[in-house]
Design a protein around this ligand. Structure first.
Ligand SMILES: [Zn+2]
Ligand SMILES: [Zn+2]
Length: 97
């Protein structure tokens, strides 16, 4: 889509820009197992994602407890935990019907 406006735009320039926007917190990068990286503008609220195993659809799921780190591990091995990133895998309503 960006190439329609900027025909000389390279893939590398796009990835560099996405990485930079992610580094400064304007984008959040998510990369489900077996999928290409996705970027979203909903950042900083510790929400999670549900992914359909059948069609690959990804939807936002609100933080279980409302704030990070959301879930506490049974044993933290001395870590100071600040974030829990949960991926719910299943079947979306469209694929299930
Ligand atoms: Zn689906
Ligand atoms: Zn999201």
């Amino acid at each position: 889509m960006a190439r329609a406006q900027l025909p000389t735009l390279s893939h590398q320039a796009v990835y560099d820009t996405l990485n930079r926007l992610t580094a400064v917190g304007l984008l959040r990068r998510i990369q489900p197992a077996g999928s290409a990286a996705r970027y979203e503008t909903r950042t900083g609220d510790n929400h999670h994602h549900a992914i359909c195993r059948s069609c690959g659809d990804i939807v936002d799921v609100d933080c279980v407890l409302g704030e990070a780190p959301c879930l506490a591990p049974v044993g933290d091995h001395g870590f100071v935990i600040d974030t829990a990133e949960v991926v719910y895998w299943g079947t979306c309503a469209r694929c299930a019907s």
